[in-house]
Design a protein around this ligand. Sequence first.
Ligand SMILES: *Cc1c(COP(=O)(O)O)cnc(C)c1O
Length: 481
Amino acid sequence: METIYSKSVPGRRTTGLAPDPVKEGAAAFLPEGCLRKGLPGLPECSELDVVRHFTQLASKNFSVDGNFYPLGSCTMKYDPKINEVAAGLTGFTSLHPMLAQLANGQGCQGAMHVLYTLERSLCAITGMEAFTLQPMAGANGEFTGVAIIAAYHKSLGRDRRIMLIPDAAHGTNPASAAMAGFTVVELPSKDGMIDPEAIRAAIEKYGDSIAGLMMTCPNTLGLMEVHVKEIVELLHGIDALVYYDGANMNAILGKMRVGDAGFDVVHLNLHKTFATPHGGGGPGAGPVGVCERLIPFLPSPRITRKADGSYEFLTDAPQSIGKIGPFYGSFGVLLRAMAYIWRLGGEGLERVAEYAVLNANYMRVKLKDVLDIPYDRLCMHEFVASAPHGLRALDLAKGLLERGFHAPTIYFPLLVHECLMPEPTETESKQTLDAFCDALADIVAKGREHPEELAAAPHGLPVTRMDETEAARGMHLTEDM
Ligand SMILES: *Cc1c(COP(=O)(O)O)cnc(C)c1O
């Protein structure tokens, strides 16, 4: 691919602003030693060269706005453009984050209204008592949540070191627990779900060294956990806490409230369930909700509403785990989530869950004869499948890329052989799902006939088949010019 440097022609310019005020201004006050001796090695291009270059690059970027993106576990749903209108309002974009610190938020009451209303909305949606919006991602929310669990036990003078985590969990769960100082004990799942017997056995073995359990529901296989009540009771029986990884909340919005089911801590991934675009690793937001008895341990500051209706940040919380993120979280993501909730309302949020589950089941049934489906029963918002006939999941994924579809998640969860995990999300039409299923059926049929051709896919894309090991181990980060 051509870089902007390869388009550089010595002396080519766009119409500049003359004279250069920055350079002259800088020369006036910067010490001699700090001034450049020559021009920086920037490409020399016309304005049109630059515009064409970046427009063409942008069109190579794969996004939900361009194509179907069924990346399981990531909830790559469409971001309604009204979210972007809200996030682009100058009243919000021109706010400086330090304003919140000045005069305790007097200069940004509107933004604080958004934050406070979002906290209350998330409480209503999940049935939790209080939320913090500080965490910057799902994993950051997990860390916050387990740190709160640690602080809870510590406040009671207990030494509880063990966190139970099912084997199907997202990798961030054990990582967050380890970062918060816990020893992770893995629970073997049975028939794709948490087995209460495995919890009984762990309680037998570790007794009151157990601080809590982290579970994802629906789980990473796309299955609803059916023993929720029993699991919560078992852990509460030894005063251990139950953490709910809410990354898959889009499957149960308006259908089940985590707080009503007895969970003590939950994180949500606003960039998944509440629609902020999140390809390429950010930005995100992972708010954490807690039950009544954990409120004192929430990160500081917390936002409150005074009797006169104005808002302020409270920092007076002696048992708080402290500050977990800069300022008060990813404001742009929080604002989009609020816009999304306001736009859909309670009824609309419930329909999100219905359509997400309907779409996933439609695809699961339609692909029954194309892929192997290990847990062939009603799924929630996503499902797992195995590549059939000795084909590799990687090859099917690459075959999809050359047909204009983003591949589903592959090789996760680790429990399933040659795993593919499609998550259609609720925003896709039947026609799109049909086109995807037809493409996959065609890839499997052709792959069986000509495996060597499929093993070389994708054809005709800017990046074809890579040596994945070399790409990770022998990274080549500069261009040879
Ligand atoms: C995405 C995800 C996470 C991690 O969230 P990030 O926002 O990517 O840090 C944790 N658990 C599950 C089940 C997830 O799908």
